[in-house]
Design a protein around this ligand. Structure first.
Ligand code: ADP
Ligand code: MG
Length: 658
């Protein structure tokens, strides 16, 4: 069925060529029709008037009402870009920024990257002509570094404000501040939920402009008992809908790339088996790292007689609207960062989503007609096990990066920074303490310079930033893939393995073929290279030397220890225990140290799946902890009381290390 989709596209292309001119005309007309049909359209004049009269305006409107694609066009049409001034619109997600920019460029009738463009990390698709710029909230933050008053912007739209990402929350504080001495700057805060009073209140009682939505009723179905395997339940539900329900597309919410790919494979496989017994089902994934040509596919109209199923992360909850969805399948989970201020531990875990999220998801089924939402959890769970709404990211993250960013913007007094929801005081203090302990801040709280074996550490940092997508493991070549992976194993741990992969790739001349032969994902490697280049550029700018340890792996492991000393775990019966808090954790089965089980480890992150797993671990010597973090560890905590219990394993580890 993948191939039938491709064939269909081929014939469509031919037709397009034949009737290129008239088709373009028709398309233009229909685009205008679609624009006029959106709920925001009748409010164009009122909205422009409100923007003219108020410096800051909060805009509330249901998902799909046209906030993101239309309002910036209204602003362009009424001259807010005169004199080369820019209109900026932020999105919490890269995919949304790209996809929306592409759509708007099409609507305006310009080439993407000319008048309408987007900017996301490592990809700047704008030019001198760009007046409407979609970007991630992180990119706008970055612009504050070079243009602290955002002088080149006439309007800044903080879109998807309800998402309350860390970057959006910081933008709120910074923009509120600059709006005071830039009365000509218009600020629009756009949100999909009813919580707009909070935004209004934060921005000194800015007025709220409400765009009435159009919604068809959505019937909600719950399961009678909890689902043991929600992935399988999704697959079964999709197929059931496909064979029993009238036409209409289907949207499935899963938590991440891996799950989505598995679900798509399962669906395709079962459809293949059913063959011509069922009508065609087009299975399309959408998640953050999906290549952009694949992203665009989810928007193409479903051919008559077939059904489209889009398997998405919560990007399809409010950021992207896919027309034609009638059925929603919601297992009720999302991947969320969580932070324990007491232990200082941050982890990415699959958790039940909030009731607000579940309701947004259900709402996706009722945009074009009455729809149905199948919740793969019980009505009881909805009521009693889900939180009312999602806690803002700033409340559940390590603030180290935020502190560094604000300090580099010259904001030293973080305690009094104007946060909409201030992070817990102890989290902020902990971040300052950690940065001081790391030597990133001096005793005056100012940024310092530090030099380690930066060459290798740069590579490791870059590789870790794309860590879970380096190794390619197709289901039909598992043995080959695992062998290939085994060939990269070197002593020391996963960080060293990642360094090895990168170094070999570099020696191959950054070859695609090399990646292919070694079951390495080329796209991830390219991304790691981009990250590395960017980090190297930053080092250069702040004059930190890039130097190599010359093959000695001890300094590299010490550097990781210096940066992550609070992520130390010690071997104990049946698993590991974190040193400070005695939490039981395990080495991830994918790790190069899974068999070896060295006595002391530092982990990069914790993921909770079936157990609390440490992902990306490196072997260390406990004495290093006293060297790099004497303020944090006492000698007594690091005594090897258990040394006699595990002589064999330890011996093996030593041998292999040589
Ligand atoms: P809101 O921001 O209020 O949620 P949008 O402006 O994103 O609404 O969506 C308005 C309309 O534009 C929707 O019907 C949506 O399907 C359509 N749309 C948005 N992006 C694309 C795209 N990349 N391709 C096709 N249609 C799109
Ligand atoms: Mg939007």
């Amino acid at each position: 069925f993948v191939s039938s989709a491709v064939i269909m596209k081929g014939t469509q292309d031919e037709k397009q060529e034949q009737a290129a001119l008239s088709q373009a005309e028709v398309q233009k007309q229909s685009i205008q029709e679609v624009r006029r049909s959106l709920p925001v359209f009748p409010y164009r004049e009122d909205l422009l008037l409100a923007i003219q009269q108020h410096q800051i305006l909060v805009i509330e409107g249901e998902t799909g009402s046209g906030k993101t694609t239309q309002i910036p066009q209204f602003l362009m049409e009424s001259g807010y870009n005169d004199g080369g001034m820019k209109i900026g619109c932020t999105q919490p997600r890269r995919v949304a920024a790209m996809s929306v920019a592409a759509r708007v460029a099409q609507e305006v009738g310009v080439k993407l990257g000319n008048e309408v463009g987007y900017s996301i990390r490592f990809e700047d698709c704008t030019s001198e002509r760009t007046v409407l710029k979609y970007m991630t909230d992180g990119m706008l933050l970055r612009e504050f570094l070079t243009e602290p008053d955002l002088a080149s912007y006439s309007v800044v739209i903080i879109d998807e404000a309800h998402e309350r990402t860390l970057h959006t929350d910081i933008l709120f504080g910074l923009i509120k501040d600059i709006a005071r001495f830039r009365p000509d700057l218009k600020v629009l805060v756009a949100s999909a939920t009813l919580d707009t009073e909070r935004f209004s209140c934060f921005f000194d009682d800015a007025p709220v402009f409400r765009i009435p939505g159009r919604r068809f009723p959505v019937d909600i179905f719950y399961t009678k008992a909890p689902e043991a395997d929600y992935l399988e339940a999704c697959v079964v539900s999709v197929l059931q809908i496909h064979v029993t329900q009238p036409p209409g597309d289907c949207l499935v919410f899963l938590t991440g790339q891996e799950e989505i790919e598995t679900c798509c494979e399962l669906l395709q496989e079962r459809c293949r088996r059913l063959g011509s017994k069922i009508s065609e089902l087009l299975v399309l994934p959408i998640y953050a790292n999906l290549p952009s040509d694949m992203q665009a596919k989810i928007f193409s109209p479903t051919p008559p007689g077939s059904r489209k199923v889009v398997v998405a992360t919560n990007i399809a909850e409010t950021s992207l609207t896919i027309d034609g969805i009638i059925y929603v399948i919601d297992p009720g989970f999302c991947k969320q960062k969580s932070y324990n201020a007491r232990t200082g531990m941050e982890s990415l875990i699959v958790t039940p989503c909030s009731r607000a999220s579940a309701n947004q998801r259900a709402g996706r089924a009722g945009r074009v007609a009455a729809g149905k939402c199948f919740r793969l959890y019980t009505a009881w769970a909805f009521k009693h096990e889900m939180e009312e709404s999602t806690v803002p990211e700033i409340q559940r993250t390590n603030l180290g990066n935020v502190v560094l960013l604000l300090k580099s913007l010259g904001i030293n007094d973080l305690i009094h920074f104007d946060f909409m929801d201030p992070p817990p005081h102890e989290t902020l203090v902990l971040a300052l303490e950690q940065l001081y302990a790391l030597g990133a801040l001096n005793h005056l709280g100012e940024l310092t310079k530090v030099t380690y074996c930066s060459e290798e550490v740069l590579t490791i940092a870059a590789m870790l930033s794309v860590n879970n997508s380096i190794f390619y493991r197709p289901k039909d070549k598992v043995v080959h893939a695992d062998n290939a992976r085994q060939n990269f194993v070197v002593p020391g741990g996963d960080h060293m393995v990642l360094l090895n992969v990168y170094t070999q790739w570099l020696e191959s001349g950054y070859s695609t073929q090399w990646c292919y032969e070694n079951f390495i994902q080329f796209r991830s490697m390219k991304r790691a290279r981009d990250v590395r280049e960017q980090l190297e550029g930053l080092m250069d700018r702040i004059e930190v030397e890039v130097c190599s340890s010359g093959g000695d792996i001890v300094p590299i492991r010490k550097a990781v220890t210096a940066g992550y000393f609070y992520h130390t775990a010690r071997l104990s019966k049946g698993g590991y225990k974190t040193v400070k808090h005695q939490q039981t954790v395990y080495v991830h089965p994918n790790s190069s140290l899974f068999e070896e089980q060295p006595r002391w480890l530092i982990y990069h992150e914790l993921v909770f799946t079936t157990k609390e797993f440490m992902r990306q671990v490196i072997e260390i010597d406990s004495s290093w902890l006293l060297e790099v973090a004497p303020h944090y560890y006492k000698n007594k905590e690091l005594e090897d009381s258990s040394s006699k219990k595990m002589p064999r394993k330890q011996g093996k580890a030593k041998e292999e290390l040589g």
